[in-house]
Design a protein around this ligand. Structure first.
Ligand SMILES: *Cc1c(COP(=O)(O)O)cnc(C)c1O
Length: 397
């Protein structure tokens, strides 16, 4: 056993330390955040109340809410003409809520399919209006999308690349174009937005699923019409869904859109059409403060790039581990890889668990291994994983 693994193991074995949790979501949170939440659990700032027990319209929660919102806006550099909504229902609910709010702007919507989540988004949207598949990357599509799928030119294995934006088929009257910034299962990401913008008309609102991408690196919000995603990968606990929407896109909700999911009503009422997920918002606020203390999103991005480089470097340096995604589209957040056979994969997972490296099993649709290395995964966790992989290969490869 290498020194780094031995030390990770002994750290994991002491009473205070924790294993490294590579779960895709809900995912690991910064220990400092959890400790602060624990310290404040029964009495927030001398109020004699837990945040869980406070009125969402009371003065204390209002302070938490406003600070959380301000920090999120600052970290994301969100322009003033965008509303930020704290909702519930997760990204899967947004798959319906987005078309319910936006499709009324035009005739149908364009979808770019790059993996499990964007395919699911498009399939759900077909229930609310015409969906055009502008491009896909060769993965099998469900029946409701198969008939409308654009041709694709495979230049890499299915699901392992991004379709070239210059080839996307755009439909003139589409209300928006939807894509998934980071495919959490396939490990395929839009790493270079500058390759996307020249291919799109300026007046076509781009809607992005940011669930596993939030705050992992700077993005130019002003290029997007709408960003949405759950909190439970990079922001906080499950239960909070964040939406960032350019205000001129408000006002088109379908008559049957539930009021709690009507962006216009939620924007007018500061996300308080009904009770928002107060405790999840509080925890997200602690995470935002933690990110700011780490140096902000730029510092996160540098750290995330370094972590991803170590892991992909170890995979590429070995003939034993394999990641099939083309380098330009490799996710910095979710790194799927395979071992030569199922038996080694099972043994890898068992031994990893024994040295304090948890939740590395790939998604059931993909198999293999997946390491999710969001903002809160410390570099030491990725170091320990890489050391373990090299040690495992030496012993079993
Ligand atoms: C996790 C995830 C989802 C699903 O989110 P829910 O909160 O379970 O609805 C959707 N899209 C992406 C990209 C994800 O990572």
């Amino acid at each position: 056993m290498s020194a780094a693994i031995a030390s990770a193991f002994s750290v994991a074995a002491t009473a205070k330390a924790r294993p490294f949790n590579f779960s895709p979501g809900p995912a690991t949170l910064p220990l400092a955040v959890l400790e602060q939440a624990a310290a404040e659990l029964t009495d927030w700032h001398g109020t004699g109340m837990s945040v869980m027990e406070m009125s969402h319209r009371g003065v204390h929660f209002e302070q938490i809410f406003e600070q959380t919102l301000a920090d999120f806006r600052e970290l994301m550099a969100i322009p003033d003409d965008y509303a930020v909504l704290f909702l519930q229902g997760g990204a899967v609910a947004e798959n319906a809520i987005v078309p319910l709010n936006l499709m009324g702007r035009g005739v149908g919507a364009d979808y770019v399919l790059t993996g499990h989540w964007s395919i699911r988004s498009a399939a759900e949207a077909t229930r609310y209006g015409p969906v055009h598949v502008s491009a896909h990357n060769g993965l099998p599509l469900p029946p409701e999308l198969t008939d409308i799928a654009a041709n694709h030119n495979a230049d890499a294995p299915a699901g392992a690349y991004l379709p070239d934006p210059a080839q996307w088929r755009l439909h003139e009257q589409s209300a928006y174009l939807h894509l998934c910034a980071n495919e959490t299962i396939g490990g395929v990401a839009f790493n270079d937005w500058s390759a996307v913008w020249p291919a799109l008309p300026a007046d076509l609102p781009v809607v992005a699923d940011m669930s596993s991408e939030w705050l992992s690196r700077p993005i130019d919000v002003s290029r997007f019409g709408l960003l949405y995603g759950g909190a439970q990968k990079n922001i906080g606990p499950a239960g909070l869904t964040l939406v960032v929407i350019r205000r001129d896109l408000l006002g088109h909700a379908h008559a049957h859109c539930p009021s709690a999911f009507d962006y216009t009503q939620q924007a007018d009422q500061h996300s308080m059409v009904n009770t928002p997920p107060t405790y999840a918002i509080y925890l997200a606020g602690l995470v935002f403060a933690w990110i700011k203390a780490q140096g902000g999103v730029n510092a996160m991005a540098a750290r995330n790039q370094e972590k991803a480089d170590w892991l992909y470097g170890a995979i590429d340096a070995s003939a034993y581990y394999r990641n099939r995604v083309v380098p330009a589209a490799r996710s910095r957040m979710n790194v799927p890889f395979t071992l030569p056979d199922a038996e080694s994969t099972t043994r890898f997972l068992q031994e990893a668990q024994q040295v304090g490296l948890y939740n590395l099993k790939g998604h059931k649709a993909a198999g293999g291994i997946r390491a999710s290395i969001y903002n809160a995964m410390p570099p030491e966790g990725v170091r320990a994983l890489v050391d373990f992989m090299q040690d495992f290969e030496r012993r079993h490869g």
